[in-house]
Every structure is written in C-alpha cells, then in structure tokens.
Design a protein around this ligand. Structure first.
Ligand code: PA5
Length: 459
C-alpha cells in the first residue's frame, strides 16, 4: 500500500503558464538536486541525519519498548506524555491517526490499554484539569526531553514527581519513564540516580525528527499501535526516497516544487487533511516545516530569510472558513491536501426528505463519497483559480501508510533545507526564547542574558 503523491496541480498543464511549473523548471535545478542528494546520502544515518536510519536499526529498542508497553497496558489506567514541540506533536499525531477518534472515552476492554494524554503546555488550568481526571497512582508519566532542560517539561515533571511521592511513597519511580539523551542533560542524571525505566533519543535525532525513535514509539505501543508496521512503512518510503531521479523520488518532487514555489514568493504552506484522523499531522508538520526551514542565513554579509509559514486546515471544516482566502486571496500559498483512498468506517446518508430536491440528492450516498467529492471540488476550485496545490493520498490509514507519511515529510523537509542551503536541524530562534525564560526565572549561568533582558525597552 503505497502513498500516492499527485503534483499535477503544480504544473502549467493544469495551473496555467503564469503560476504553474514545467519539466524544464525542474530540470534546470539538476545540478542543485544532485548536490543536495549527495549531501543527504553522505550524511544519512549520521550527524543530524541519524533519524533517517531509525526505521531500519532499532530492533533491540523495539523489543524493549513492546515489552514495556505490555507491562504498562496491564497495570495503568492512564499514560501521560510530559513534553513539548518535537517531544509531543508526533505522539499526538500518530495516536490520533491510528486509534479510535474517541479512544479515551471507549470502555476499557475495547481500548485495551490506558487512556492517553499529552501535556504539551504549562497553562496552570490545563495541568490542574488533568489532575482532576487521572489518579496519579494509576498513571504512568512518560517525561520526554532530549535536552533534559526545557522549562515547560521539567516544571511539569517536578510537579508530577512531588505528587507521586506524596501519593505512593517510596515506589513512585515505577510510575515514571524517562525518554532523553544518553549522556547530556539533567533528566538522564535523575533517571540514573532514581532508577527510572529509560529510553534513549539518539544523539543525532533532533526533536522534530524523533517520532520514529522511542519518543513516538513508546506512547504508540502503549496505545496498542503496531510499531513494527509503522517502522516498516517508513523503511519502505525511505527506500523510494533514496533515488536521485526527482521524477521517481516522491519526497524530492514535493521538495523541489515547494522550493520553486518559495522562490516565486509563495511564503505560505497550507496542510489540509480531509480526515480528522490526520488533523494533528498538520500540527506535527507545521513544526517540522517552520522550525526546520524558517532560518536567517548570511549570504556574503547580507541577511537572507528562508522558510514558509505553515497553516493548518481541516477538510471539510475549513472549506467554510479559510478556502475563500485560498481561492481568491493573494497568490502566496501552496496547499498540500492529505486524502484517503478508503475510509476505515462508512456511514450512509438515508433516503429521507425525498420531496426536497435541494437535499434529497444526498440520500443514498455515503459520507465517504461526500467528503471525497468535497475534496475534489476544493482541488478543482483552486486549480481553476490557478492556485498551486499537491495531493498526498494514503490508500488507507494504517500503521504502514502513516510510517510512510512520516518518513516522506521528514525527507522532504531535510531536502528542501539542502536546496535552500540552510541548516534544517538547528533552531536558534527557539533557543533564544528558552534562554530568555531561564534568565527571567533566575537559572544560574544566565546572568548576562538577564542583564541583556533588563535593558530591553519596557512596555
Ligand atoms: O524540534 C525541536 O528540537 C524542538 O521543538 C524540541 O523538540 C522542543 O523544544 C523540546 O525540546 P526537548 O526535547 O529538549 O525538551
């Protein structure tokens, strides 16, 4: 079951000469594509591209994760991820894609595992609300932080740690699992001292590229997802994306056309799944795309600003809000539709109100037919208005196709980073904010940052 990438609506034959691209536009980038491809291949599996090998090299880790997940499923009522950004969005996206949309509300025997929550904010109301509905003594807390120092995650962890000690006394460590770097940061030190079950995020796997590491695999396995199948899908896609020929490599084709669009000032990238199951994939992708490609670089002393602003939309819901702008607003967007070949459930619209012609035509169709017609109609409206758009179709949403999608979008993002000649794996803008928070709250070592902050113009 292979994901289909349809780029017809990026090309002149469909979009017209003014906005569309031709084979010649793509071929004109041959040298750049070749160089980028070679850099990708050379770095693949090492440095910051270590994530590329995750689908292929984790058998031992997977065995430990599956064993741990089974044990958690047999004893826990709830499983809570404490993490933010790359340590939270992937687990949420995969859980929503592959499990029942009301997973937490299902009866325990149908769910087969604990309820699942991702606490990716420090809004005090949200944190307090979660403690209203879980019993900490029957909850496993998976604290995920590569750096082991992110203020939000560590603050949550400190609260949980204290609470567990109060509620269950000396056995509290059994309710904590740490996922972090092998050597660096406070979390790994604490985990060793306290004896938590620990999973390692490999050194060259950055937060937003970590979904197929224990960051995403443990929460997925705890929720009953077949993680071997997820990795098999990713490995399958990785193989397809090792080809230099852009016309055979789906990630490169998506990347090259996005790059060409960026060069023409298309500064906004919309992701619009036509299924609630992939709704949080648009969130995950927004981080991947924004944090990887939104960079200032120095080109011989001149600042160059790269990146596209990601926008999340949901079909059909956002047809009734954002699509007006996409069809008639500024020519500054590329829309990526995520479609589904066959929905996992079907609902038929009954033949009622047959004397009302304005709605009777719906009777007898399925909701699957309706949502697909809506997607096609939106793609058509955009094409007619000469608006660039892609469609990525999952024949069915399952662990294998979701694994493919993750690897496809990660490779696309890294490849565009190479085409743009930027570092897609750092995030100095995010670090600046993290450091300013440390300084404001008095972390030792951040005194000069505090002084710098104190000289800021006051509001
Ligand atoms: O992609 C990234 O690197 C970031 O979004 C991080 O995942 C996020 O800042 C959380 O960092 P950490 O896992 O170190 O707590």
């Amino acid at each position: 079951m292979k994901i289909q990438v349809d780029f017809n609506h990026m090309m002149t034959e469909f979009i017209g000469e003014e906005e569309g691209f031709t084979r010649e536009h793509i071929e004109a980038l041959a040298g750049k594509i070749k160089d980028s491809h070679q850099r990708m291949l050379k770095k693949s599996g090492s440095g910051w591209l270590e994530w590329r090998k995750l689908p292929m090299n984790q058998e031992e880790v997977v065995t430990k994760i599956v064993r741990t997940a089974e044990e958690i499923r047999s004893r826990a009522e709830a499983f809570v991820v404490l993490g933010i950004g790359g340590s939270a969005l992937g687990p949420l996206a995969v859980q929503t894609a592959l499990n029942h949309l009301h997973y937490n509300e299902l009866p325990t025997e149908r769910r087969g595992g604990p309820r699942f929550y991702v606490l990716d904010n420090v809004d005090p109301e949200r944190v307090a609300a979660l403690f209203d509905i879980i019993d900490p003594a029957k909850t496993i807390f998976n604290v995920i932080s590569k750096s082991g120092s992110t203020s939000e995650t560590m603050a949550q962890f400190m609260i949980v740690f204290n609470l567990l000690r109060e509620k269950i006394g000396s056995d509290y460590a059994k309710n904590i699992i740490a996922t972090t770097d092998a050597e660096k940061g406070n979390l790994v030190k604490m985990a060793r001292e306290e004896g938590y079950t620990t999973f390692t995020i490999p050194a060259g796997v950055g937060g937003r590229f970590s979904e197929l590491s224990p960051v995403g695999l443990l929460p997925a396995a705890v929720c009953g997802i077949d993680i071997r199948e997820l990795l098999a899908g990713a490995a399958y896609m990785d193989k397809l994306c090792q080809q230099e020929d852009v016309f055979r490599n789906p990630a490169y084709m998506l990347g090259v056309l996005q790059y060409l669009a960026m060069r023409r000032g298309k500064n906004i990238s919309v992701m619009m799944p036509y299924t609630d199951a992939l709704k949080y994939f648009a969130d995950w992708y927004a981080q991947l795309w924004a944090e990887s490609l939104g960079k200032r670089t120095d080109n011989n002393g001149e600042d160059v600003f790269a990146g596209q602003t990601p926008v999340k939309a949901l079909g059909t819901t956002d047809q009734h809000s954002q699509v007006q702008l996409y069809v008639e607003g500024p020519f500054d967007k590329v829309v990526t539709f995520l479609g589904v070949g066959c929905y996992r459930q079907e609902v038929t619209i009954p033949k009622v109100f047959e004397d009302l012609a304005g709605i009777a035509f719906l009777g007898g169709h399925t909701l699957g037919q309706l949502i697909k017609a809506e997607q096609l109609a939106t793609e058509y409206a955009l094409m007619k208005a000469q608006r660039l758009n892609f469609t990525v179709t999952l024949p069915e949403i399952n662990a294998f196709t979701v694994g493919q999608l993750i690897q496809l979008l990660e490779i696309q993002t890294a490849f565009v980073g190479e085409l743009l000649d930027i570092n897609a794996f750092d995030q100095p803008g995010v670090e600046e904010g993290k450091n300013a928070t440390y300084a404001l709250l008095g972390r030792p070592g951040y005194e000069s940052k505090k002084q710098e902050l104190e000289t800021r113009p006051l509001k």
